[in-house]
Design a protein around this ligand. Structure first.
Ligand SMILES: CC(C)(COP(=O)(O)OP(=O)(O)OC[C@H]1O[C@@H](n2cnc3c(N)ncnc32)[C@H](O)[C@@H]1OP(=O)(O)O)[C@@H](O)C(=O)NCCC(=O)NCCS
Length: 178
């Protein structure tokens, strides 16, 4: 994040500064529910802002990624895991919500936030976390945003659903940044 921006955990007294990501469900979550989720220990929301504007937010919660009936995707995912460490499930974090203000879209802020999340769960996590998962809106703009950031589809049977489950292997980020 550039110096002019700050990123922090959402608090009860934070006043959202004129935010609109263009998606009413995400806006409503941010304005009305985000802090309740934190209080209920269901998700934690982080905010990125300048002095005058809330630029974006994301929410994260613990998750796990587990063995699939479709073995080809599971085998592909397992290829990067040492044989002796292969399991039927791996620890993950779910990127539950992500929204960037309309004024700031297509200026790399979403990509920067994904980089921040990758770094955060690699460097600062208190427990093991191998994957980031996301239920991405099933439209080509959103899924290609995640693909450009290294995420892949996890299922083949959700192509017609409202969202598609995608995952990112944090080992990719670790190996690229050693
Ligand atoms: C999807 C979103 C988080 C991406 O953040 P961003 O800061 O705009 O993305 P970046 O600038 O880092 O990357 C841009 C890429 O994101 C994709 N994208 C997806 N939705 C987009 C949108 N509404 N506007 C612009 N780009 C979008 C495009 O592929 C774009 O690539 P391009 O610039 O080559 O066309 C943001 O656009 C957003 O908040 N959209 C509305 C809410 C939403 O769909 N959230 C995701 C829920 S799973």
């Amino acid at each position: 994040m550039s110096l002019k921006r700050s990123i922090f955990r959402l608090t009860a007294d934070y006043k959202i500064k004129n935010f609109d990501c263009g998606d009413s469900d995400l806006n409503e979550f941010f304005y009305q529910d985000a802090f309740n989720y934190t209080e209920q220990l269901l998700a934690v929301t982080y905010v990125v802002e300048t002095k005058v504007k809330t630029m974006g937010f994301f929410s994260v919660a613990n998750d796990k990624i587990q063995i699939l009936e479709n073995k080809s995707i599971w085998n592909r995912l397992n290829r990067n895991i040492q044989n002796v460490k292969r399991r039927r499930a791996y620890p993950a974090v779910k990127l539950g919500r992500l929204g960037i203000d309309k004024e700031w879209q297509s200026q790399n802020v979403g990509t920067e936030l994904l980089g921040y999340i990758k770094e955060f769960f690699l460097q600062n996590n208190k427990t093991g976390c191998r994957f980031i998962t996301v239920d991405a809106y099933n439209n080509s703009a959103t899924t290609s945003f995640y693909q450009k950031n290294g995420f892949a589809f996890f299922l083949t049977q959700d192509t017609q659903e409202k969202t598609r489950l995608m995952f990112y292997d944090l080992m990719l980020y670790k190996n690229a940044n050693v």
